[in-house]
Design a protein around this ligand. Structure first.
Ligand code: BGC
Length: 447
C-alpha cells in the first residue's frame, strides 16, 4: 500500500510529465510556427493571424511630445511622452486607471465612454491646456485587423473582455465617437497599434539591434519586422522594405494539451481559441494551478480535511499568488488556510514550478521560431524587447527561457538577448504617433 507522501510524489511526477515540454517538443513547436507563419503571411488558413501593422521600426531621430493611450489587460494608462530625437524617451506625465470587470463586460459604448473619461481625468490631473489639437496614439492590446495606421476592426475579444458591439467594429471610430460625446474633439487619433508593436518600436528606438517585441503578461503575443515581399497577403506597390507584423501568437493551436488545459478551455469565455495564451499567459496560470489543486484535494492528496470548495471559484487563484508561492511567500492565508503542512507548501511550490516552466519553455520555443525565421542560422545579434510581469517577476522564468534557447540554438543563443522593456507599449505608441505625424506631414508637403 502506497503511503501518503509516495502518493503525492507519484501525482507530482505524472503532473510534471503532462506539463513537460521536451527538446523534441520544442523543435516541433519551432517547425509548426514556421508553417503557420508562412500560411498566415500568405492569407491562408492559420492559427497565427500575422497582421500587418502599417508601421516599420523607428530611425531613432523621432522628436517631440506625444500623447498615448494604452488599453491593456487590466488597466488604462494615459501618458505624455517626450522623445529627444536621440534615442531617449521620458514619460512626462502619466495617469493609471484600473478597468473594473463590469466595464470589461459592459456595452462597447460604456467601455469607450469610460476610456474617454480617463483621458479627460488625465488632462485635469496634469492641468493640460486644451486650447490646441492633440494627436493621440492608441495602443489597443487585442487582435485587430488593421486596414491602415489609423483604422482597424476588432477581430475578437481576448483575456477578460467581452463588451458587446465592439467585435467587428473599427476601434478608432468607437474611440473618436466617445471623445465627441465627451466634447473632446480637440483630440485626434494619429495611430493605432498593438502593445507588442509598441514594445518593439520602443525597444528599437533605444537599441537598433532590437527586432522582436514580446508581451508575457495578462495575455501573450509577439511581433517582428517582416520583409514586405514576404507579406504575400497584402502586396503594396511602393511599400517600405519592412513592416512590423503582429503575429497574435496567443492563438497558436499546435500544442500538446492535457486534461487541465482542456477543462480550462471548455469553461473559458472563448473555447477552442487562444490555445497558446491559455498555456502561457498570466491570466491563466493561476487557474491551471487551481484546477490541479482541486483535483489533488478531491483525491485526498492536499490540505487533508479541508473541503475543495475553498478553491471552487473560477479564476480565484491569481498568477501573482502562484508566483508568490514560488518565491516562498505564504499564500494560504488568502484562502483561510492556517496550519498548512510542510508537505502541502512543497506541493504548491512544485505545482507553481511545473506550470511556469512549461509557460517559459513554450514562450522561448516561440521566440526561437521567430528568430530563426528572420535569420535561419542566428548569425546576427537579436535583442528581444519583453514586457510583462511573468518575465519580470515570476521566480526563475527568464532562466528557464534561456536554458531552452541554448538547447535549441546552441551557440546562436548567445546572440539573443532577452531585454525587459518597462512601459514599452506606452512609449512605443508615442513613437508610432511621431512616425505617423511625420509621414502625414511629408504627404502634405509632397501633394
Ligand atoms: C491579445 C494580443 C495582445 C496580447 C498581450 C492577447 O490576448 O490577443 O493582441 O498583444 O494579449 O496583451
Amino acid at each position: 500500500m502506497m503511503n501518503h507522501i509516495d502518493a503525492i510524489n507519484v501525482f507530482l511526477s505524472r503532473l510534471e510529465s503532462n506539463f513537460c515540454v521536451t527538446l523534441p517538443d520544442a523543435r516541433t513547436i519551432v517547425e509548426a510556427f514556421h508553417r503557420e507563419m508562412s500560411a498566415g503571411l500568405a492569407g491562408k488558413e492559420s492559427s497565427l493571424q500575422m497582421i500587418p501593422s502599417f508601421v516599420g521600426r523607428p530611425c531613432g531621430a523621432e522628436k517631440g511630445r506625444y500623447l498615448a493611450l494604452d488599453l491593456g489587460g487590466t488597466n488604462i494608462r494615459v501618458l505624455a511622452v517626450e522623445l529627444d530625437g536621440n534615442r531617449n524617451a521620458a514619460i512626462r506625465a502619466v495617469s493609471r486607471f484600473v478597468i473594473e470587470q463590469d466595464k470589461m463586460c459592459a456595452t462597447g459604448e460604456e467601455l469607450f465612454d469610460y476610456i474617454a473619461d480617463c483621458i479627460h481625468l488625465f488632462f485635469k490631473e496634469h492641468g493640460v491646456d486644451v486650447q490646441r489639437t492633440f494627436h493621440l496614439s492608441f495602443t489597443f492590446s487585442f487582435p485587430v485587423a488593421q486596414s491602415s495606421l489609423t483604422s482597424g476592426r476588432l477581430i475578437a475579444w481576448t483575456k477578460k473582455f467581452t463588451a458587446c458591439n465592439v467585435e467587428g467594429q473599427d476601434v478608432v471610430a468607437l474611440l473618436t465617437a466617445a471623445l465627441a460625446r465627451r466634447r473632446m474633439e480637440f483630440i485626434r487619433v494619429a495611430a493605432l497599434a498593438n502593445d507588442t508593436v509598441g514594445t518593439l518600436v520602443a525597444g528599437s528606438y533605444f537599441d537598433p539591434s532590437c527586432d522582436m517585441g514580446v508581451i508575457l503578461g495578462t495575455g501573450t503575443n509577439a511581433c517582428y519586422p517582416e520583409r514586405s515581399d514576404r507579406i504575400l497577403k497584402c502586396p503594396e506597390p511602393g511599400a517600405p522594405s519592412e513592416m512590423i507584423i503582429n503575429m497574435e501568437w496567443g492563438g497558436f493551436s499546435q500544442l500538446k494539451t492535457n486534461i487541465y488545459d482542456r477543462l480550462l478551455d471548455e469553461a473559458s469565455p472563448n473555447p477552442g481559441r487562444q490555445r497558446l495564451e491559455k498555456m502561457v499567459s498570466g491570466m491563466y496560470l493561476g487557474e491551471l494551478a487551481r484546477l490541479i489543486i482541486v483535483d489533488m484535494m478531491t483525491k485526498g492528496l492536499l490540505f487533508c480535511g479541508v473541503s475543495p470548495d475553498v478553491f471552487s471559484g473560477q479564476y480565484l487563484l491569481h498568477t501573482e499568488q502562484l508566483s508568490g508561492a514560488a518565491a516562498g511567500f505564504d499564500f494560504f492565508a488568502d484562502f483561510g488556510l492556517t496550519d498548512v503542512s510542510e508537505t502541502d507548501s512543497r506541493t504548491i511550490r512544485e505545482i507553481s514550478r511545473i506550470i511556469s516552466a512549461r509557460s517559459a519553455r513554450i514562450a522561448a520555443a516561440a521566440i526561437a521560431a521567430v528568430v530563426t525565421w528572420m535569420d535561419a542560422k542566428v548569425e546576427r545579434f537579436h535583442t528581444i524587447a519583453i514586457d510583462g510581469a511573468l518575465f519580470e517577476k515570476y521566480p526563475g522564468y527568464p532562466d528557464c527561457m534561456i536554458e531552452i534557447l541554448h538547447d535549441l540554438l546552441g551557440e546562436g543563443a548567445r546572440r539573443i538577448r532577452l531585454a525587459p522593456v518597462r512601459d514599452g507599449s506606452g512609449i512605443g505608441s508615442a513613437i508610432i504617433g511621431a512616425v505617423a505625424l511625420h509621414n502625414h506631414l511629408e504627404r502634405d508637403v509632397n501633394n
